[in-house]
Design a protein around this ligand. Structure first.
Ligand code: PAF
Length: 289
């Protein structure tokens, strides 16, 4: 097994990246606190490319005032051991000084979709995500990059950026990895107390219920379908969650579906707070017709 190399600066990175003519580089951008969800992204990257690079950077541009930037879990030693076991070829640990310094004038705009759903409660979040992802794409020029479907809106926006700005990197989506009770793996799950952790399983359970309700209502007036959001919101509140939003987005445009025309294919998106922790998840909706 080849040794995993670690780059801390742009110049180190340049010396460690293979030439695109010899090896196909695939990138998995992360903020660290790695778990099996990231592991699945790395496995996917390994199945697509010859050289797998992982970046770890807790990106301040995507955190708003009062959010969890300071307490975001930083577990570098465990992350490096994890990446070594997963067989990553290169880890990039940029410093904020180098990767975001002077980055206040020009940023990527995530457009109207970036202001919806998670973007409504986290203004500027997706601009920050896209800005850093674009920088990473420039630094690595990867053939492809893998992102998780749990962050469905992020994924849509990265796919849109790549298409709209003609970036020659393939973006591959990988399915959400879940605990046995359905909770999506997330670095933020480690904030949950054990009591919150057991209650958190209701979140994916209710989203599954919603997807079933949606599927079983074809042919019903559109309003019935949209009521799924209210029903699930109410049940989440009864279950002790503070609901940020439950919404349906069109699969193609990612705009909110509000009727009267209801597409057969859509996404159910939700964000909730449990204690001090914000959880997000989503489901693909289809009427099964
Ligand atoms: O999904 C994440 O972990 C982050 O938003 C990303 C894509 C690494 C950008 O900082």
């Amino acid at each position: 097994m080849a040794t995993m190399r670690v780059a801390h600066s742009f110049s180190e990175l340049r010396t460690l990246l293979p030439s695109p003519r010899t090896l196909r580089t695939w990138l998995v951008p992360t903020m660290g606190a790695l778990h099996e969800g990231h592991g699945a992204l790395i496995d996917r990257a390994k199945s697509e490319g010859d050289f797998v690079a992982v970046s770890i950077f807790v990106n301040p541009l995507q955190f708003g005032p009062g959010e969890d930037l300071d307490r975001y879990p930083r577990t570098l030693e465990a992350d490096l051991a994890f990446l070594e076991r997963k067989g990553a070829d290169l880890v990039f640990l940029p410093t904020a000084g180098e990767i975001v310094a002077g980055n206040s004038r020009i940023t990527v705009s995530s457009g109207p979709v970036g202001k919806l759903f998670c973007g409504r409660s986290r203004p500027g979040h997706f601009d920050g995500v896209l800005t850093i992802v674009l920088k990473l794409f420039h630094l690595f020029s990867p053939e492809g990059a893998v992102f998780g479907e749990k962050d469905r809106q992020q994924l849509f926006l990265i796919q849109s950026m790549v298409r709209d700005l003609d970036i020659p990197t393939r973006v591959v989506a990988h399915p959400t990895v879940r605990e046995t009770d359905g909770l999506a793996l997330s670095s933020r799950n480690r904030y949950l107390t054990s009591e919150e952790r057991s209650r958190a399983a209701l979140f994916p359970t209710l989203l599954d219920q919603a997807a079933r309700l949606w599927r079983d209502l074809p042919g019903h007036p559109s309003q019935n379908r949209l009521e799924v959001c209210d029903t699930i919101s109410r049940r989440l509140s009864e279950g002790g969650f503070v609901v940020d939003y439950v919404a349906i987005a069109d699969r193609e445009t990612f705009l909110p579906v509000t009727g009267p025309v209801i597409p057969d294919q859509a996404f159910l998106l939700a964000a909730v707070h449990i204690g001090k922790t914000r959880l997000i998840d989503n489901r693909e909706l289809s009427t099964g017709v």
